[in-house]
Design a protein around this ligand. Structure first.
Ligand code: SF4
Length: 421
């Protein structure tokens, strides 16, 4: 393990930016959270804009009954909080009557609910009393004033932590939403390594929350869970220091760090993981041919950027022009920063105009950015990758390394094909 002090001495200080932001708010994370917990419902207390956002982020609704909705704050509500509370109570009662399968109701705050200072913690308390024994009501904020799209998941998980039972039993707890199939695969590998008790937050059923306590070894599957990590450590968990499970190297180190923390010996770690490494590298090879030597600019969006940059530079041979991240948690990122190539320029925070100017000056081969910036940059001749796609895709683990590289190689291949046709 390389210490973070080594990392910071080889990297120039990050550019600190603050200004206009071009990023989805935390409501967006409802799209993947509601898939993860089918017995939960997410009720956004917001405006029509909020309703449009989650519906368009979710795409066309393919579910017979969507598991999220919006309690629209109308002009009448804005004039009087009493009305807004009454309206919320009425809506929740209606919803619970119509949808008996809902076990956990997340009341999600938004910019409008914050602006009018609607106290959703108090509303949740009241609703919990009204519907005691039927449903658990919790609240968190997804407001764009406070959260970017991945921070929405951090807020939602933090809201669940006080409900987790206490246990001193030794266990490995994976925090951060994973695609179910990826999770099955990773849990199977941890079992093969000899770790018997493996739990996940969020769980697949909102009522089956894992326990937490001094025997818990906490392994983060997503790098944007600063608040969740702190709250779990406060409940007695020990945070495992590791890079994130992106690419062959990161995923192997991630699994090996967890195995060591759970007392698995090195020979067993090598015996289980080494064959996967070989296979993962073979899957990467054709994409490396496309990516090698190409210049990459990551705009700040998801907090996944330093980990993805590490993978794309070290395993795919890309040259990093700039690695932006909306927020840099030095503790959670220490292992990633230590693995970034010497001299990598990081930027923290957002100032869209300045960042776009640097992109235009550098003219990289590929820009990872938000949806709103992709079209203009494509029109200027640069290939782009939507950062939001990375949180919807199953990209974790050694077996997914080839698919992850392919996500970045695809826009370059497409652009190449267009130029020669
Ligand atoms: Fe827009 Fe705020 Fe609603 Fe998000 S929470 S959709 S940023 S108004």
């Amino acid at each position: 393990m390389v210490s973070s002090s080594v990392a910071s001495s080889t990297l120039p200080p990050p550019l600190k930016e603050s200004g206009q932001r071009e990023v989805f708010c935390g409501l967006t994370s409802i799209v993947w959270l509601h898939r993860r917990m089918p017995d939960a419902f997410f009720l956004v207390v917001g405006s029509r804009t909020c309703a449009h956002l989650i519906q368009s982020a979710a795409g066309v609704m393919i579910f017979a009954e969507p598991r999220f909705g919006t309690a629209i704050l109308g002009e009448r509500d804005l004039a009087g909080l009493a009305d807004a509370n009454e309206e919320l109570d009425r809506l929740v009662a209606q919803l619970l009557e119509r949808r008996p399968e809902i076990r956990t109701l997340f009341i999600v705050g938004s910019c409008p609910s914050e602006v009018i200072k609607l106290d959703l913690a108090k509303a949740s308390e009241r609703l919990n009393q009204q519907h005691a024994g039927r449903v658990t009501v919790i609240n968190y904020t997804g407001s764009g004033i406070e959260t970017t799209f991945t921070q929405g998941e951090d807020s939602a998980l933090q809201a669940l932590i006080p409900l987790m039972p206490k246990s001193d039993q030794p266990q490995l707890l994976i925090a951060g939403t994973l695609a179910d199939a990826v999770e099955d695969r990773l849990v199977g590998l941890f079992h093969k390594l000899g770790i018997e008790r493996v739990a996940s937050l969020p769980p697949r059923r909102s009522t089956e929350l894992p326990a937490v306590g001094p025997g818990t070894q906490l392994l983060l599957a997503q790098p944007y869970l600063s608040g969740t990590a702190r709250a779990l450590v406060d409940r007695g968990a020990s945070l495992i220091e590791a890079p994130y499970p992106f690419g062959v190297e990161g995923s192997r180190d991630w699994m090996a760090a967890a195995a060591r923390a759970c007392g698995v010996d090195q020979a067993q770690i090598d015996a289980v993981l080494d064959p996967l490494v070989e296979r993962g590298r073979r899957a990467l090879a054709p994409h490396r041919e496309v990516l090698e030597g190409k210049r990459l600019f990551l705009l700040p969006d998801s907090q996944l950027e330093p980990a993805l940059a590490r993978f794309l530079a070290r395993e795919c041979g890309m040259e990093l022009v700039e690695v932006g991240t909306p927020y840099l948690d030095r503790q959670l990122m220490a292992e990633e920063l230590a693995l970034l190539p010497e001299g990598t320029q990081l930027s923290e925070g957002q100032h869209v105009d300045n960042q776009l100017q640097r992109v235009r000056e550098a003219r990289p081969d590929l820009v990872v950015c938000g949806l709103g910036l992709a079209n203009p940059l494509e029109a200027e001749g640069m290939a782009t990758k939507w950062s939001i796609e990375l949180v919807f895709s199953p990209i974790h683990g050694i077996d997914q390394a080839g698919d992850l590289a392919e996500l970045f190689a695809r826009p370059l291949r497409r652009r190449g094909a267009l130029q020669f046709s």
